[in-house]
Structure formats: structure tokens, C-alpha cells
Design a protein around this ligand. Structure first.
Ligand SMILES: *[C@@H]1O[C@H](CO)[C@@H](O)[C@H](O)[C@H]1NC(C)=O
Ligand SMILES: *[C@@H]1O[C@H](CO)[C@@H](O)[C@H](O)[C@H]1NC(C)=O
Ligand SMILES: *[C@@H]1O[C@H](CO)[C@@H](O)[C@H](O)[C@H]1NC(C)=O
Ligand SMILES: *[C@@H]1O[C@H](CO)[C@@H](O)[C@H](O)[C@H]1NC(C)=O
Ligand SMILES: *[C@@H]1O[C@H](CO)[C@@H](O)[C@H](O)[C@H]1NC(C)=O
Ligand SMILES: *[C@@H]1O[C@H](CO)[C@@H](O)[C@H](O)[C@H]1NC(C)=O
Ligand SMILES: *[C@@H]1O[C@H](CO)[C@@H](O)[C@H](O)[C@H]1NC(C)=O
Ligand SMILES: *[C@@H]1O[C@H](CO)[C@@H](O)[C@H](O)[C@H]1NC(C)=O
Ligand SMILES: *[C@@H]1O[C@H](CO)[C@@H](O)[C@H](O)[C@H]1NC(C)=O
Length: 444
């Protein structure tokens, strides 16, 4: 059986955007004391942290979320297996241009056993209506290093079902690295090499949508002119060299509400399967696709040492209840202990209690926090940020928590196996079902 791919285009107006200059004074407070207390320490955003970039961004130059005609052409590495344009209903949908072709023309067969982030149920859900597991400090996997946060590298993380990748970067000798607090403590290599691994996975998984959250560890550093040393602009080159650009989704607004986000199918059809946020020093004028996290998402307290894991808004400070309810949110659920190393006061993962922290129920568990957040906010968190995602009350319990939040059944093998990446030589009926579903959805 030939693998037939429906090359669908369009989303006809669904996202044809009205540019939205977005400044929400209410989501920033300009006061607020600042203390750097640990590995992930980052203060509440203050205007002075990003004077160069804040409140200037509009998307007018990038009003078309599907990108320019050329933006994916360069990645086409082999011929499409088969192209079928879909005719049905009263409307014919035909391929136009190159901008939507990336997922289907790169020659990659879907490796996943289940499309739409392992749950076909998600295909028709908005990106903002799904709970995903986030690997906290995803690159930091060094064995026997107290600064490590994960056991497995990013490819395995993604294979196991992690769909948000967070990590802290530092600029050293003109190059961005993923380093934990300091590159002397734990240097996980360049941002580019990490992103290349991510890019390879994305290319090979055309039915998955992932999110990258950049932690700009140098957000307070200034250059000789007193401007921020590291902003969104510094990340463009690593993303480009890693081959990720063709897959990056360009949202129509700098501040997306829950309603604004497209469904997974819409993202998959367009081949725009990577969503990128940065925590500090965004510059949406220069780099419109790198969204400011805190215009779009709020977080519960970070680097917690409190096993009660309150589900309150920590960053950005001063967010109104209404505004909070219209944004994505992330539950920080990595438990830390304080230690002293070489005069530095650090927060490092509490690995001893992982069986509880990443577990389904009981005090301090991820499951309890997810339930608490759901009852506090009327919907579950979009992202569950955890250390050592593979550990828990059983291996894979963090994914069980997410599945329960999503009202779906978790039945993947976990963790660290290549289970979701074992190549399919022919598409399963599930994959074909998905393609049909996407097609039908487009025609309605
Ligand atoms: C597409 O790329 C070609 C050559 O690289 C360039 O001449 C053309 O202006 C580009 N078009 C757009 C719309 O970017
Ligand atoms: C699509 O990309 C190819 C190769 O880069 C180019 O020759 C062609 O003109 C593009 N088509 C459109 C409609 O831009
Ligand atoms: C998705 O939307 C449904 C219906 O509004 C809601 O019950 C559910 O909690 C939402 N899930 C997430 C993760 O937002
Ligand atoms: C930066 O440069 C210094 C001096 O050449 C060198 O000692 C150090 O290892 C470099 N750091 C990194 C992370 O490459
Ligand atoms: C919050 O939203 C409700 C309805 O959604 C509205 O009635 C109310 O005025 C809003 N409050 C503020 C402070 O914006
Ligand atoms: C977690 O592990 C510790 C030490 O191995 C054990 O004492 C404790 O009972 C475990 N807790 C649960 C809920 O499994
Ligand atoms: C978690 O739930 C299981 C099954 O319902 C129960 O046996 C166990 O005692 C619970 N653990 C805690 C710590 O509440
Ligand atoms: C989970 O897997 C890791 C290694 O992948 C192992 O060390 C751990 O004991 C396993 N069990 C639990 C309950 O997390
Ligand atoms: C959960 O899914 C089942 C079907 O699988 C459905 O009957 C039920 O209404 C869903 N619950 C919620 C809260 O969406």
C-alpha cells in the first residue's frame, strides 16, 4: 500500500489575522524586589529588564501566519511519496505555494503510533485546551551532576511524550549554551546542537506539535551600551542552523488568548508544529515568532521548595483574575532542595521524593496539584513542568496525570524506550483516520 498524503492547504481565513498591538500594562508590575535565589531564579519582569523591546511589538509585518512562500521550500529533502488533493463538499482544496508543504514533503513517514501528540482526540482540540508534560531544564541530563534535572536526553523525552521543552541558556564567549546557573557547574552544550536534535525529531514526526520555552539566564546582563546583552535576536541563528525555522508557528498576535490558538490539526496541516516562547528580553519586532511567555502564559511559583505547590499566579506579577483566565498556564511542579556549592546557594532537584512529587496522588504529588489547579481555575494547567519525568509513583505517572487532566487514556510504555519511535513502514489506520479527519474538518 502506498503511503498517501493529503496535501491540504489553507485553513482558509481561519487565522488570517488582524495584527494586534498588544500591551497589557496590567500584566507587569514595575515594582517588586528582586532576589536571585537559585538555579532557575528569575525575577518578576520589570520594565528595566527589557526596555529595548517591550511594548513596541506589533505583528503587522507578519500578518500572515502561514509565512512567506519560501519559508519551507529549502527543507524539502526528498520527493513526496504521493500527493492527493482533496475534492469534496462544494469546495476544492488544492495546494497553493510552498508554505504549507513542509510536513508532507520532507519525505518523513510518521513514526508515531498515534498522531496529534499521541492522542487522536487532540486533533480537533485547540493548542490551548490540552495538558502536556514539560521537561524542566530538558538539556541537563549529566549523570551524577547535582545540577541535572532529567535522566534522558531530548529525543527520548519527546519519544516518551514530553511536548514542552524548557531550559536555561547562557551566553559564553559569544555562543549560547544550555548551562545550569553557570557553565562551570553544568554545561550541556550549545543551544544549536540541542535544537538540532529537536529539529531532527520534529522533522521525523509530522503529526506532533511541540513547545520550546527558552529560559534566558542572562536577562540581566547588559552590553557596553547598557542594552540587554541577550534578547530574542541571539537565538535566531541557533534556530536557523538547527533547521527548525520551517516548522515554527507564527502566531497572529503577540498576546494570544485561549480562543486565539489554533487546533492541533490546523498546526499539523500547515506544518507549523513548533511554538516558541522566551521568558525575558523578548523582541517581537525583530523576532515575531518568539513570543513573550508572560503575554501568553502565567506560571505558578517557580523553583518551589514547598510541597503544597500552590496554584497561584506567580509570574507575571499582578495579573488580574480575568486576564489569567484568558491565558495558558503552567504548573511548576519540580521540588527543590537548597544546597551550597562553592559559595553558591543553589536550588537543586529533590530526587529522593520523586516517587511522591511526580506521583498520582497524595500530598506533594503532581496529580494533587493538577486537581487543585483544575478546581481553582476551572480547567487544568496547559503544562506540567517536572524534573525526571520518567520517575514517579510508577514510571510514566506524570503522563498518567496529564492524561487524566485531558480526559484520555494513557497507555504508552515509559520511559526511555524507543517505543513511540519505532518506524512504521505503512501508515496505520489511525494515521489514515487522522488525515481523513483533518480533511473533513477543513471542508466543514
Ligand atoms: C523567495 O526566494 C527567492 C530566492 O531565494 C527570492 O528571490 C524571493 O524574493 C523570495 N520570495 C519571497 C516571497 O520571500
Ligand atoms: C516553491 O518553491 C520552489 C523551490 O524553492 C520554487 O521554485 C517555487 O517558485 C515556489 N513556489 C511558490 C508558489 O512560491
Ligand atoms: C478543554 O475544554 C474542555 C471544555 O471546555 C474543558 O472541560 C477542559 O477542562 C479543557 N482542558 C484543558 C486542558 O484546557
Ligand atoms: C570561553 O573562553 C575561555 C578563554 O578562552 C575558555 O577558558 C572557556 O573554556 C570558554 N568557555 C566555553 C564555555 O567555551
Ligand atoms: C471580568 O470578566 C467579566 C466577564 O467575563 C466581566 O463582567 C468583568 O467586568 C471583568 N472584570 C474586569 C476587571 O475586567
Ligand atoms: C517513596 O520512596 C521512599 C523511599 O524509597 C519511601 O519511603 C516512600 O514510602 C515512598 N512513597 C511512596 C508514596 O511510594
Ligand atoms: C493513592 O491512590 C491509591 C489508589 O486509590 C491508594 O491506594 C493510595 O493509598 C493513595 N496514596 C496516597 C498517598 O494518597
Ligand atoms: C523508573 O525508571 C527509572 C530509570 O528509568 C528507575 O531508576 C526507577 O526506579 C523507576 N521506577 C520508578 C517508580 O520511578
Ligand atoms: C470524558 O470523555 C468521555 C468519553 O471518553 C466523555 O463521555 C466525558 O463527557 C468526558 N468528560 C469531560 C469532562 O469532558
Amino acid at each position: 500500500m502506498f503511503f498517501r498524503i493529503l496535501l491540504l492547504v489553507g485553513l482558509v481565513g481561519a487565522l488570517s489575522s488582524s495584527p494586534s498591538p498588544s500591551s497589557f500594562p496590567s500584566i507587569m508590575t514595575l515594582s517588586g524586589s528582586h532576589s536571585l535565589s537559585g538555579a532557575d531564579a528569575a525575577s518578576t519582569p520589570r520594565l528595566s529588564d527589557f526596555t529595548a523591546s517591550i511594548l513596541t511589538g506589533t505583528m503587522s509585518r507578519f500578518a500572515s501566519p502561514t509565512g512567506t512562500a519560501n519559508d519551507t521550500a529549502s527543507t524539502t529533502s526528498s520527493k513526496p511519496k504521493s500527493l492527493t488533493s482533496l475534492i469534496g463538499g462544494t469546495r476544492q482544496i488544492t495546494p497553493t505555494g510552498n508554505s504549507t508543504a513542509s510536513a508532507t514533503t520532507t519525505g518523513a513517514l510518521p513514526f508515531n503510533t498515534q498522531p496529534c501528540n499521541n492522542y487522536p482526540e487532540f486533533c480537533t482540540r485547540k493548542y490551548s485546551n490540552i495538558t502536556e508534560v514539560c521537561a524542566h531544564n530538558s538539556p541537563f541530563t549529566r549523570k551524577n551532576n547535582v545540577g541535572a534535572n532529567q535522566d534522558f536526553g531530548v529525543t527520548r523525552q519527546l519519544n516518551d511524550g514530553v511536548r514542552m521543552l524548557q531550559g536555561q541558556t547562557h551566553l559564553v564567549n559569544g555562543t549560547l549554551y544550555y548551562c545550569h546557573t553557570s557553565c562551570d557547574l553544568l554545561n550541556a552544550g550549545t543551544v544549536e546542537s540541542y535544537l538540532r536534535e529537536v529539529g531532527d525529531w520534529v522533522r521525523d514526526h509530522p503529526f506532533d506539535v511541540i513547545t520550546i520555552l527558552i529560559g534566558n539566564g542572562d536577562y540581566e546582563q547588559k552590553d557596553a551600551d547598557g542594552n540587554p546583552l541577550v534578547t530574542s535576536k541571539n537565538y535566531v541563528e541557533p534556530f536557523e542552523k538547527a533547521g527548525l525555522m520551517p516548522y515554527i508557528y507564527q502566531p497572529p498576535k503577540t498576546a494570544m488568548t485561549l480562543e486565539d490558538w489554533p487546533t492541533l490539526s490546523e498546526l499539523l496541516i500547515k506544518g507549523k508544529r513548533v511554538i516558541v516562547f522566551i521568558d525575558y528580553n523578548f523582541d517581537t519586532d525583530a523576532v515575531p515568532w518568539m513570543l513573550w511567555e508572560f503575554y501568553n502564559m502565567w506560571e505558578t511559583p517557580y523553583s518551589p521548595t514547598d510541597i503544597n505547590f500552590p496554584c497561584t499566579v506567580s509570574r507575571p506579577e499582578g495579573l488580574s483574575r480575568n486576564k489569567s483566565e484568558s491565558m495558558l498556564y503552567m504548573a511548576n511542579h519540580n521540588l527543590n532542595v537548597k544546597i551550597d556549592i562553592a559559595g553558591m546557594n543553589l536550588l537543586v532537584p529533590n530526587t529522593v521524593d520523586l516517587n511522591v512529587t511526580n506521583g498520582l496522588n497524595g500530598t506533594g504529588s503532581l496529580g494533587l496539584m493538577a486537581n487543585q489547579c483544575t478546581s481553582d481555575w476551572g480547567r487544568p494547567p496547559n503544562f506540567l513542568l517536572v524534573d525526571y519525568y520518567n520517575a514517579g509513583s510508577f514510571n510514566g505517572s506524570v503522563f498518567e496525570v496529564a492524561a487524566r487532566a485531558n480526559n484520555v487514556t494513557y497507555n504508552c510504555k515509559c520511559c526511555g524506550e524507543a517505543s513511540l519511535a519505532s518506524g512504521l513502514t505503512t501508515p496505520s489506520s489511525v494515521v489514515m483516520g487522522l488525515v481523513t479527519m483533518l480533511a473533513v474538518q477543513l471542508m466543514l
